[in-house]
Design a protein around this ligand. Structure first.
Ligand SMILES: C[S@@+](CC[C@H](N)C(=O)[O-])C[C@H]1O[C@@H](n2cnc3c(N)ncnc32)[C@H](O)[C@@H]1O
Length: 447
């Protein structure tokens, strides 16, 4: 495979591309590199490659002229797919680069059977004039949600990731297949922990199964260790992985961190807004109680408060709960009984907060919810931050019935969760749907 590297700093690559496996692959001819400096294509005496950004702002932007001339010199044609092979451009805000894309680039090279060329454009300064991408359709890739000084480091990441997957690059071809994120049988999971000599190091022994010679047992241990690593550190990988029925059964048996138990919700019937935005009291509905209890139970919440100051409404709630948790409903539908057992009756938000403080020993953090942004003047707390707070204290999420929580209710909160579908033209979820989506945004499938 040949890499054309378009860079203002070819010298950057002199160390990394000469040592280790890359150095060997160059010697055997498996890999080759050429460097193309846009400065050599600059038209003025001072060999200028950058200019100030139109619209103002700090820093400089790479000029399109020298870069486009360099790409033409490599055989790329403006507004055309023609060229020596894939063209990739490094950009912090580009598509995240991952193992699957690395495997695809290496696979295409292997399948085509002849030397494949990848052209990599490394940006510098504040980035590259956007018209370069318009003229030469390049794949803009990012190596992570952080900002580097230039695309050279990103290029090194891509070169190593792709090269490792070329046949003949590594001593043992299986190394690439068994590594973290490998698509296929590994299912895109992080790798299991590895151990080597000595068997006991500073009092820590290698897991016995790895010394047993029981290959099936070792494979199972490794698979489960990978799943566990995903669950604890990169749960989104576990959710997206190719899981077998055995994997699923095992995952269900694993004790979870269960931060969800620190999450509580309250369905507030007073003070809420009516259609005219006047504060008032809404009526309790059977449907909301059932559905929010079921979502609370599915997501492992600690409890669900149904709050209304009206005695007759609380009596109605008690009737519903009695029927489903101790009466005929519980006998015919024990699953429903389990969900409705989470429901706690209360007069108002202060009662719920006091009850939670009594039962957990810690005052809960009150977080409001609203379909509208910036309505209440409260700081917005991201779903990820709410999840973080659950590690150390109970959080009580308030959901308003009617047309939402009245200002008086929101004033009791420390922050408000981000509105759901804030950018949509239509944003009228039922409170029970909003509660389920909010639980999922905070806890996902694993919290
Ligand atoms: C200082 S950065 C420019 C950052 C740019 N102003 C921004 O805010 O996204 C200069 C160059 O580094 C490269 N770069 C920086 N971070 C990157 C990342 N996470 N992934 C890929 N390339 C990156 C890009 O080529 C970029 O043009």
């Amino acid at each position: 495979m040949h890499f054309n590297i378009v860079t203002l700093f070819p010298e950057y690559f002199s160390g990394p591309l000469t040592c280790g496996l890359i150095g060997k692959a160059r010697e055997t001819g498996l890999l080759s590199f050429s460097f193309h400096n846009p400065r050599d294509a600059a038209e003025d005496k001072r060999r200028t490659v950058d200019g100030p950004p139109y619209g103002g702002g700090p820093g400089m932007v790479m000029l399109p002229g020298p870069l486009c001339k360099t790409l033409r010199g490599l055989g790329f044609v403006p507004r055309d797919d023609a060229g020596p092979g894939p063209l990739l451009l490094f950009k912090a805000g580009g598509t995240p680069f991952g193992q699957a894309r690395a495997a695809a680039l290496a696979g295409e090279a292997t399948r085509s059977g002849h030397a494949r060329t990848l052209t990599l454009i490394c940006g510098r300064y504040e980035g590259i004039d956007a018209r370069v991408e318009e003229l030469f359709p390049a794949e803009a890739v990012s190596v992570g949600d952080f900002v580097l000084n230039g695309g050279e480091t990103a290029a090194l990441c891509l070169i190593e990731a792709v090269s490792r997957l070329l046949p003949g690059f590594m001593g043992d071809e299986r190394s690439g297949e068994e590594e973290s994120f490998a698509p296929g049988p590994g299912g895109g999971l992080p790798e299991y922990p590895q151990y080597t000599r000595p068997e006991v190091f500073e009092g820590l022994a290698v897991p016995k199964i790895l010394l047993s010679g029981d290959h099936a047992g070792i494979a199972l241990w490794r698979r489960q260790a990978s799943l566990l690593a995903a669950l604890h550190v990169r749960p989104e990988l576990a959710a997206a992985a190719a899981l077998s029925p055995d994997d699923r059964a095992w995952l269900q048996s694993v004790p979870r961190p269960a931060v969800g138990r620190n999450l509580y919700c309250a369905l507030v019937h007073f003070p809420v807004l009516d259609r005219e935005d006047n504060p008032g009291t809404a009526s309790l509905t059977n449907l909301d109680i059932h559905d929010i209890a079921r979502s609370s139970c599915s997501y492992g919440l600690g409890g669900f408060y149904a709050l209304t100051p009206l005695e007759d409404q609380r009596a109605l709630l008690r009737d519903i709960l009695r029927y489903w948790t101790a009466g005929p409903g519980a006998r015919t539908n024990p699953d429903r009984a389990r969900a409705l057992a989470l429901v706690r009756e209360g007069r108002d938000i202060a009662c719920a907060a006091a009850d939670l403080e009594r039962s957990t020993g810690t005052a809960p953090l009150l977080i409001g919810t609203s379909a509208r942004t910036g309505r209440c003047g409260l700081p917005e707390m991201s779903f990820a931050e709410i999840a973080g707070r659950l590690q150390t204290r109970p959080v009580l999420l308030l959901f308003g019935t009617g047309h939402g929580l009245a200002p008086h209710a929101l004033e009791m909160c420390a922050a408000v969760a981000p509105p759901l579908r804030a950018f949509g033209a239509y944003n009228h979820l039922s409170v029970r749907a909003a509660a389920a989506v909010t639980f999922d945004r905070i806890l996902h499938d694993w919290g």
